[in-house]
Ligand binder design. Structure first.
Ligand code: ZN
Length: 234
């Protein structure tokens, strides 16, 4: 089982850990700050350092309660002590894009009642799918403007856990989240103070101003009841 350091602190850039499983280039650590691809957020990359030897982390994925790190070469062994270092520029951009997604989703949800049916974050542009029959294209510029107003307010973004039953009393708590396994008793909550509260396992910045400026690139129809928005940050 891997302890997920990013769940409590999204700003952990480096950490010490021990190798607990190895299968060729796939390495499991007792703890990690590498975010494993999931929930629309891409994998973190970076490196694992043993002594003066470096193993590039090219991919991280969840396998049960483990995080498996795919490295560029074999050689790590069970019991090895390693230092993990994230490719921080990439991760930080993803944190900004992820937090931007919350803000844009809530702006559009408030305006239209639409739910989020999918999302894919990336470093150059991200997309969100909404369950909407029609897009009011004239309204798009307004959504971006509203989102940027929220960003400029520099609202704190808080992360904490809450019992499942209590969390589900919050309106639209799972608006953005993927389906949660029923076994989960405690939910991780991401709250943009006074604006939005979500159950969510991803990484986020700690205040909205860190997002920067949100720009809507374009919008597409993706079948009945599915509208897709692309945005980027500057
Ligand atoms: Zn999130």
């Amino acid at each position: 089982m891997t302890e997920l350091l990013y769940m409590n602190d999204c700003y952990t850039k480096e950490f010490e850990a021990e190798v607990i499983k190895v299968d060729g280039k796939f390495v499991v650590l007792d703890k990690t700050a590498f975010y494993p691809k999931g929930g629309g957020q891409p994998t973190d990359t970076g490196k694992l350092i043993r002594g003066n030897e470096e193993f590039k982390v090219v991919f991280a994925k969840k396998t049960g309660s483990d995080v498996s790190h795919e490295v560029d070469k074999e050689g790590l062994k069970v019991g090895d002590k390693v230092k993990g270092v994230l490719d921080w520029d990439r991760r930080y951009l993803l944190m900004r894009n992820h937090t931007a997604a919350h803000i844009l989703c809530e702006v559009i949800h408030k305006a239209t009642g639409a739910l989020i049916t999918g999302n894919q974050l990336d470093i150059d542009k991200s997309r969100i799918d909404f369950s909407l029959e029609n897009f009011d294209r004239d309204a798009l510029a307004g959504y971006a403007e509203k989102a940027n107003e929220v960003i400029q307010k520099d609202l704190p973004v808080r992360i904490y856990t809450m019992p499942r039953e209590e969390a589900f009393k919050i309106p639209s708590i799972t608006k953005l989240a993927n389906v949660l396994p029923p076994a989960v008793k405690k939910l991780r909550i991401v709250e943009i103070e006074g604006f939005d509260t979500q159950a969510d396992g991803g990484t986020h910045v700690k205040s909205t101003k860190e997002v920067g400026k949100l720009i809507i690139i374009n919008a597409e129809n993706k079948g009945k009841n599915n509208r897709r928005i692309y945005y980027k940050l500057s």
